[in-house]
Design a protein around this ligand. Structure first.
Ligand SMILES: [Zn+2]
Length: 109
């Protein structure tokens, strides 16, 4: 099944495949998310483009998968996945705005 869903500017495009006990989703996350710079706390736009591979399983799940990111859901819900991805992007400690990056760069010389 084709997936093309957007939440708050973040789009997941790809395919979902129903297996016996899970869904496999492969695709791309892309979008512009407003995040806060960890240094100066100013908001800035971060461009996201990454390949994703999810395995959606019913909770409780106690396994481990090297290839896929495991997501526990009773029912497949793409918006919930996007919501948690946005949370992860916003809470990333490497969110540093260009201004602060420039400052760091100039310090080294
Ligand atoms: Zn900054």
């Amino acid at each position: 099944m084709q997936i093309n869903k957007t939440l708050n500017g973040l789009t997941l495009k790809g395919n979902s495949e129903k297996k016996k006990d899970c869904y496999i989703i492969t695709g791309t996350l892309e979008g512009d998310i407003e995040v806060e710079c960890v240094k100066c706390l100013k908001p800035f736009i971060k461009h996201i483009k990454e390949k994703v591979q999810y395995k959606i399983v019913k909770p409780p799940f106690s396994g481990f998968d090297e290839k896929y990111d495991i997501i526990e859901q009773e029912k497949l819900n793409i918006y919930e996945i996007l919501k948690s991805e946005i949370e992860l992007i916003k809470n990333d400690f490497s969110n540093i705005c260009n201004e602060c990056k420039d400052k760091e760069f100039n310090k080294e010389f």
